[in-house]
Design a protein around this ligand. Sequence first.
Ligand code: GRF
Length: 189
Amino acid sequence: MRKRVAVLISGRGSNLQALLDAQQDAYEIALVVSNIPNAAGLDRARAAGVEAIALDHKPYGQNRQAFERDLDALLVQRSIEIVALAGFMRVLTPFFVRAWANRLVNIHPSLLPKYPGTKTHQRALDAGESEHGCTVHMVVEEVDAGEILGQARMPILPGDTAETLAERVLTLEHELYPRCLAQLACTRS
Ligand code: GRF
């Protein structure tokens, strides 16, 4: 049976597109949720015939858990088995992370454990790294710290900027994420 995956997004959704394009025997994208109502990724989901819902975090104010409770209820209602974060720009609280423990996965644009958090490309450049890449990992309470499912790496070239790195890493992300998600869907019951 194909695992029912929900993808959480906040923006353009290029990783979502890669996950949609690569659907096969292991998983199906059954739902896409964005916390930003006009995220371009919602249109990508609809174009692929996938249910796409905007769950705006703003009306919840500071109450992150109330937002997450509604999100969790939606996922349960749709019989979601795995949640994939793809450019979802909200840090999740322990409530949500525990509720989806071992079923919650993320893609991060660095070779973790190097450069958790933001501005990863500039930080890799500033540190004089010779290589860079991306990581798919399980989500735990500590940000960008869970079990690593896979990584893709590439050299940093003379003249690279944060922008050129972001572009090349993104290409790696689009290949890595579907592969790791399929693997996760096959190996976890
Ligand atoms: C990607 O770089 C991903 O690694 C990071 O956010 C970005 C999302 O891009 N978590 P997109 O919305 O998938 O195009």
